[in-house]
Design a protein around this ligand. Structure first.
Ligand code: 6PG
Length: 235
């Protein structure tokens, strides 16, 4: 690659037997290398987090960030941080530095605080080493929902989402497209029949670019869509 030329990545679709195991391996590799890792919420990554926690690995030089958060207190059942804490972070012998989004501050103050944290630590173009994303049934990713204004944001790295596009209907804090597009390695994880239609719309031969998940195109790294056979069945 010539200096100064940015390669915009097209997604590589990988259909594997056990996507959670692959995500766990990627997490452990990034953690042991002391990487900046962005965790995702939702239910899909839980098993990957649990598998990663079972590996005897050293996370002490790594930093765990979050792609989005629901505006609830950190111990709440809907908190993405709580899920990651229970499935992964609290189980590690060598804990990483954890940079959580403060959902309890509300969507605006919480987003501003996280933006400041990122800029202070990583600058205006945070080169995450590994960024995990989920895929919602409506094509949302992180908390960027179709048809909502947050998907248009190009200056800020983090925004508040006053109206979530789906359950749980609480305001959110989310990384924006510019922040989601600067990782060295991005993995979108989707499993199960229920995701098949959306996977095909977002990552099929003619992606529906109204879907936020179809708009993530890393500027400096790779984009892997990791699927099981059920999720890939309509591609
Ligand atoms: C959230 C998420 C969201 C999630 C998808 C998929 O906070 O809701 O980060 O983007 O990844 O909704 O969720 P499931 O894994 O539960 O299907």
């Amino acid at each position: 690659m010539r200096a100064g030329v940015h390669l915009v990545s097209e997604p590589e679709i990988r259909v594997v037997e056990d996507p959670a195991a692959e995500v766990a391996a990627a997490l452990v590799d990034a953690a042991e290398a002391g990487g900046h890792i962005v965790l995702t919420g939702g239910s899909s990554p839980r098993r990957a987090y649990e598998l990663a926690a079972e590996r005897d690995s050293d996370w002490s030089r790594a930093t765990a960030w979050f792609g989005d958060e629901r505006c609830v207190p950190p111990g709440h059942a809907d908190s993405n941080y709580s899920m990651a804490e229970a499935a992964l972070l609290a189980r590690l012998a060598e804990r990483p530095e954890v940079m959580r989004m403060h959902g309890e501050l509300g969507h605006e103050a919480g987003a501003a605080a996280y933006e400041a944290d990122i800029r202070e630590r990583l600058g205006a173009e945070p080169r995450w080493d590994l960024l995990l994303l989920g895929l919602g049934p409506d094509g949302h990713t992180a908390s960027l929902f179709p048809g909502k204004p947050e998907i248009e944001e190009r200056s800020r790295l983090v925004v508040g989402v006053p109206l979530a596009g789906m359950e749980p209907q609480v305001p959110r804090i989310t990384l924006t497209l510019p922040a989601l597009e600067s990782a060295r390695s991005t993995i979108v994880l989707a499993t199960g029949d229920a995701k098949a239609e959306t996977v095909a719309r977002a990552f099929g031969p003619s992606p529906d670019t109204s879907l936020p998940a179809a708009q993530v195109r890393p500027r400096y790294g790779t984009l892997t869509v990791l699927l099981d056979e059920a999720a890939a069945s309509k591609l």
